[in-house]
Design a protein around this ligand. Structure first.
Ligand code: IPE
Ligand code: IPE
Ligand code: MG
Length: 245
């Protein structure tokens, strides 16, 4: 690293963890007179673009919101299409992710996923467990309130069993019982499609995350969009409640 690039990286550190709400597949398809399934297919391609961009930028954790606990409310044929894409992605992509040194981790309520999908996820997590170029976290059947409620339930169970005393319950105790245990909180959260809401994603973890909203519809997401979001992040003054720099 040259002195100049060292200085650049000190002043503009790469976000360690980037999280993305991949939104706008339906509108992308609608604008083209195509079925929503076509948008979801192109959306899966855009997820590959995001992974490549994250690796290229030196990001260590990338979390992609693929399917929310509320998305189960969508029509059965759309849910089936999304699950089919997920199966395809898990089957066709894992070897390549592994070759790139990427670790896969899936967060969410697995009890609602089909058993063959759960097996594919478990196999992929096992295969890639030793990788550390990038940790790719995919949120599937994920809802942040349910995740927090589950952590509270585990704390209650642990307290009842005498493994923890109520006065020992602090932020770290709760965070260590979330799906994201051991993962640093996201530095940057990107949402595409112009919507400016969190939609039950990483509520606890995003307490001090910087949000960047892009108008791009997810299937059109490019490496340039990723870099643009990081540049906007670099312009932010992260204070964590303290006074400014
Ligand atoms: C994101 O695109 C994909 C999922 C939520 C699974 P949408 O399907 O939400 O697309 P819009 O918001 O209807 O355009
Ligand atoms: C959030 O998008 C979930 C994912 C991108 C997977 P939605 O499209 O489901 O969110 P709302 O309904 O617009 O809030
Ligand atoms: Mg949407």
């Amino acid at each position: 690293m040259t002195e100049k690039s060292f200085d650049f990286h000190r002043r503009f550190p790469v976000p360690t963890h980037v999280a993305i709400i991949m939104d706008g597949n339906g509108r992308w398809a609608q604008q083209r007179g195509l079925p929503r399934t076509a948008g979801n297919r192109r959306g899966a391609d855009a997820a590959r673009v995001a992974v490549r961009a994250a690796v290229g930028q030196g990001v260590r954790y990338l979390t992609l919101y693929g399917f929310s606990s509320e998305n189960w409310k969508r029509p059965a044929d759309e849910v089936e299409d999304l699950m089919g894409l997920l199966r395809y992605y898990l089957r066709s992509e894992i070897a390549d992710l592994h070759k790139q040194g990427i670790r896969l981790r899936v967060i969410g309520d697995r009890s609602r996923l089909a058993t063959d999908i759960v097996s594919l996820i478990e196999d992929a997590e096992r295969l890639t467990a030793g990788n550390d170029t990038l940790t790719l976290i995919v949120a599937l059947s994920y809802g942040s309130r349910a995740e927090i409620a589950c952590a509270a339930r585990r704390l209650a169970e642990d307290a009842t069993a005498g493994r923890i005393r109520p006065y020992e319950i602090d932020e770290a105790a709760l965070a260590s019982r979330l799906f994201t245990a051991g993962v640093p909180d996201p530095d940057l959260l990107i949402r595409t499609s112009g919507e400016q809401r969190i939609s039950n994603f990483l509520l606890w973890q995003s307490a001090y995350t910087e949000f960047v909203f892009l108008d791009t519809l997810w299937p059109d997401f490019s490496e340039d969009d990723f870099v643009r979001a990081i540049k906007e992040y670099h312009g932010r003054d992260r204070r964590y409640g303290a006074t400014g720099a």
